[in-house]
Design a protein around this ligand. Structure first.
Ligand SMILES: Nc1ncnc2c1ncn2[C@@H]1O[C@H](COP(=O)(O)OP(=O)(O)OP(=O)(O)O)[C@@H](O)[C@H]1O
Length: 265
């Protein structure tokens, strides 16, 4: 059976696209037939961060009723199926977000997991992705305004009969954070299902147009995304996962050795 997740926040810039691209890629890596769809039709960037160069047909044309959704599916990292939104304002103007449910119905039988990257804010474009999801996942950063905005999104989701799976706490940097995981859970009234550290590799990977799980698989953020994907897919850590982790340790030991014995290679 297919499960549809919508990745939402409230406040912009908390990491929805980062979560969508990395969680989607990892689920594909773990052999789940995964589709990721950029419902942020006004400020699309899922295709960009995944390095899709040419997108002759995008969700814009599909939502405008001018193209079939199957013509707007592109192959991403580990074989994840990406449905990007276009970058032109002209295309955005004609896109009708109310068609999203029809688009979903056309692909739902082909996938195990569909992840929808929702736009920030509470407006009409943002409500449709909340309404069509089986479960909404909130992406928050440890900052009071992010939590308050996510709380509004949670209340709106529940008001329209939707269900919240939990919150992903992104950009965690324990020394500087305003709020702890427990305070956030209490305030939001939902479980924190993953904690993704602040990690410069995330931005570095985006700049080279790849998800961090592909570009820097042994980084802290990748480790957290791998675990989240396993939890969602209901699978245990594999030997390959352990090998990726031990690679990180080796590198640390190598770095330490270099620092202590600079002359030795
Ligand atoms: N864990 C992290 N560590 C460091 N940088 C991060 C992390 N997560 C996200 N970022 C960076 O934060 C910025 C915003 O992330 P992203 O685009 O995923 O947010 P968004 O919620 O989709 O934004 P918008 O609301 O504009 O669509 C990007 O530059 C991204 O590389």
């Amino acid at each position: 059976m297919t499960i549809v997740f919508t990745i939402a926040s409230g406040k912009g810039g908390t990491g929805k696209t980062t979560v969508t691209s990395n969680l989607g890629s990892m689920l594909a890596y773990y052999k789940k037939r995964t589709y990721i769809l950029d419902a942020d039709v006004g400020m699309a960037n899922l295709g960009l961060v995944l390095g899709l160069e040419k997108m002759p047909v995008s969700l814009h044309e599909v939502l405008a009723g001018k193209a079939d959704v199957h013509d707007a599916i592109y192959e991403g990292p580990f074989g994840v199926n990406v449905i990007p939104s276009g970058l032109s304002l002209e295309g955005f103007k004609d896109a009708n977000p109310d068609r999203l449910r029809d688009v979903m119905n056309e692909i739902v039988d082909e996938c195990d997991v569909l992840i929808i990257d929702a736009p920030a804010g509470i407006n009409h474009d943002g409500i449709v992705p909340l309404a069509v999801a089986d479960e909404v996942i909130l992406v928050v950063i440890p900052d009071i305004s992010s939590i308050l905005d996510a709380l509004k999104t949670k209340m709106l989701t529940e008001m329209i009969g939707g269900k919240i799976r939990g919150a992903i706490l992104n950009r965690v940097n324990s020394e500087d954070d305003d709020m702890t995981k427990e305070q956030i859970e209490k305030m939001l009234g939902v479980k924190v299902i993953a904690m993704i550290p602040e990690d410069a590799n995330v931005r570095r990977a985006s700049a080279s147009r790849a998800p961090v799980v592909l570009k820097y698989p042994s980084s802290g953020a990748s480790k957290a995304f791998r675990k989240l994907a396993r939890d969602i897919a209901g699978i245990k850590e594999t030997e390959t996962d352990k090998a990726v982790e031990s690679k990180k340790k080796e590198k640390f030991v190598e770095r330490l050795a270099r620092a202590l014995f600079p002359g030795v290679r």
